[in-house]
Design a protein around this ligand. Sequence first.
Ligand code: BTN
Length: 266
Amino acid sequence: MIFDSSIFEIPIIKNVIVYDETDSTNNRAKEFGKNGCVDGTLIVSDCQTMGRGRIGRSFSSPAGEGIYMSLLLKPDIDEGLISQVTLLSGLAISRALANNYDIKANIKWPNDLILNGKKITGILTEKCDDFIVIGIGINVNNKEFDEGIADIATSLYLETGREYERETLITYILKEFNSLYFTFLTEQNLKSIIEEYNSKLISFNKDIYIIPHELTDKLNNSYQITDASLPVCHCMGIAPDGSLICRDSKGTLSQLNSGEISVRNA
Ligand code: BTN
């Protein structure tokens, strides 16, 4: 992949490193971070041999098809605020798709984007020493998916019938992220984006199942839930700290933390 100099017009981007192949761009970013690379280092790879997702999952990363990138940042914020950067990233991708291609993807809190009911994007934010790594995977020009994920994953190509230049989409996403991130650094919360975020949230104003991470894999990745013993509550949208506000059947409100649970629409 080849980037032109316009990527450096985005203030947050100070350094771009491109691979033809690597195990995981998050792994490379962590390595660079430990060796003292600059805030604003972007690692991009044409493919990954061990793309990683949340909760120890893998992220399918075939050559020439998807976007696999990691942004290393050194924000001056408390550790407790880092999960909010994942939400900013999801919103940045959704804005980039809507504003430039008229693609209306929904956000599945906290870290996936969903298009026509299937996943197109996953985000894996990791903290290490004095830096964070935001790993973004997007299914862009994929023509097919392996059995096992074909029923839950899709690509921009499969949903719109056209191919997209990955470098251009990356630049659009980083521009959106740049402006969201600088506002966030000043405000240190998500108040100013709550309304927009909720309007894209796939669970907003819907009943949802709350799924502890240890159960997620037992549910076989499927969005079909058959376990009636799982708690159901009504999703009221995100709070300024990025947690998900839920109302249970008794009307009691609680705030769910993404570190411990996932949600699916009931
Ligand atoms: C998830 O779906 O749970 C998150 C997937 C994150 C995938 C991206 S691809 C670039 C970066 N490198 C990785 O190994 N993972 C992230």
